[in-house]
Write a protein that binds this ligand. Structure first.
Ligand code: F6P
Length: 327
C-alpha cells in the first residue's frame, strides 16, 4: 500500500566514492518525479545530529553527475553510534519533518541506518564505496572508477619500472577487503596479487613467481597488494628485498583512487539506485538496502544485509591464480 510521503532527506557518509553525486542527483530528481520535497543532509550522520540540513533545488544538483566526491560532504560519526546521538538525530527528523532518509555509503553508514530505523525513521541504504565489500550486493557505486584510476596509475608505473628493470609493489585500497586489488591485479596482469581473503605461502607465491619470471627473461615485476593484506606494501617490499636481493619501489595509491569523474557504469548504477530508493520509500518500504545482482535491482533488509559475509568469487580467485602462475 503506497504511503504519501512529503519530505525526505538524503546524505552521504563514510569514505566518499565517485558516483555519489550522481546518486544524490537521482534521489533529488526522483523526488521531483514523485512530488516529494528533498532535503540535503550535510556531513553524513553528523549533519543530521547538528541540523545541517537544507532544501535541495535544481541548481544544487545541476552538473554534478560527472563530478567526483560528494556535494553533501561526508564524515564518519562516532556520536551517531551513541544513544544520545541517535536521539538528537530523531529530534532533527521531527524538527525538519523528515519522513524518510536515503543514506549513501558503506557498512558503517548502514549500521547508522539500522540504529535510526529502530526509532521508527524509515531509511533506505544505497551502497557507495570503492571497496565493493558489501555482501548483499554484487556492486557498489565507485568501484569501477576507482579500479580504472588504479589501472591507469599502474600502467604509468609500469613504463618506468620497465625502463629501470625494477620490481614495483603497489598498494591498492579496500580496507579489509581484496576485491579492488584482485580486480586491478587481474586488469594489469600483475606478477602476483596479495589479498586478505587468500592465504599465501610468500616463498612460493611471490618469491618463486618472481624468480621464474626472471628465468623466463622478464626484467620488471608488478606486485599488487591489498591494503589489508600481508601487513601492507612496505613489508612485502622488504621481504622481496631479503628474498631476492632486488630493490623494489613501493607506491601507495591511496586516496587518489577515491577521486575523479565517475565512469558511465558508476553514473548509471547510481542513477538506477537513487531512483529505486525513493520509489521504495513511496511504496512504504523501510530499512532496506538497495542491491544489484546479475543486473537486477532489489532491496533487502538492512539487518540481514549487515549479517551477510562476502567472499571472493571462487572463479575469480582461481582465474587470478592461473594468470599469475609461474611463466
Ligand atoms: O572504505 C573506503 C576506503 O577508501 C578504504 O578503502 C580505506 O581503507 C579507507 O576508506 C580510508 O579511509 P579514510 O578516508 O578515513 O582515510
Amino acid at each position: 500500500m503506497a504511503t504519501k510521503i512529503k519530505r525526505i532527506g538524503v546524505l552521504t557518509s563514510g569514505g566518499d566514492a565517485p558516483g555519489m553525486n550522481a546518486a544524490v542527483r537521482a534521489v533529488y530528481r526522483a523526488c521531483v518525479n514523485f512530488g516529494i520535497e528533498c532535503l540535503g543532509i550535510y556531513r553524513g550522520w553528523n549533519g543530521l545530529i547538528n541540523n545541517e540540513i537544507k532544501r535541495l533545488d535544481a541548481h544544487d544538483i545541476a552538473h554534478i553527475i560527472n563530478r567526483g566526491g560528494t556535494i553533501l560532504y561526508s564524515a564518519r560519526s562516532k556520536e551517531f553510534m551513541t544513544e544520545e546521538g541517535q536521539k538528537k538525530a530523531v529530534a532533527a527528523c521531527k524538527l525538519f519533518g523528515i519522513e524518510g532518509i536515503v543514506a549513501i555509503g558503506g557498512d558503517g553508514t548502514f549500521r547508522g541506518a539500522l540504529a535510526l530505523s529502530k526509532y521508527g525513521i524509515p531509511v533506505i541504504g544505497i551502497p557507495g564505496t570503492i571497496d565493493n565489500d558489501i555482501s548483499s550486493t554484487g556492486y557498489t557505486i565507485g568501484f569501477d572508477t576507482a579500479a580504472n584510476t588504479a589501472v591507469e596509475c599502474i600502467d604509468k608505473l609500469r613504463d618506468t619500472m620497465a625502463s629501470h628493470e625494477r620490481c614495483s609493489v603497489v598498494e591498492v585500497m579496500g580496507r579489509h577487503a581484496g576485491y579492488l586489488a584482485m580486480y586491478v591485479g587481474m586488469a594489469v596482469g600483475a606478477t602476483a596479487v596479495l589479498v586478505p581473503e587468500v592465504e599465501i605461502d610468500f616463498e612460493q607465491d611471490v618469491i618463486e613467481k618472481i624468480r621464474h619470471a626472471r628465468l623466463s627473461g622478464f626484467t620488471h615485476f608488478m606486485i599488487v597488494v591489498a591494503e589489508g593484506a600481508a601487513n601492507g606494501a612496505y613489508e612485502v617490499a622488504e621481504k622481496i628485498r631479503d628474498g631476492l636481493g632486488l630493490d623494489p619501489r613501493v607506491t601507495i595509491l591511496g586516496h587518489i583512487q577515491r577521486g575523479g569523474s565517475p565512469t558511465a557504469r558508476d553514473r548509471v548504477t547510481a542513477t538506477r539506485m537513487g531512483y529505486y530508493a525513493v520509489k521504495a520509500l513511496t511504496e512504504g518500504k523501510a530499512n532496506r538496502v538497495v542491491c544489484v545482482r546479475s543486473g537486477d535491482m532489489l532491496d533487502i533488509d538492512i539487518e540481514e544485509a549487515l549479517s551477510m559475509t562476502k567472499t571472493l568469487y571462487t572463479l575469480d580467485a582461481e582465474t587470478l591464480q592461473a594468470m599469475t602462475a609461474r611463466r
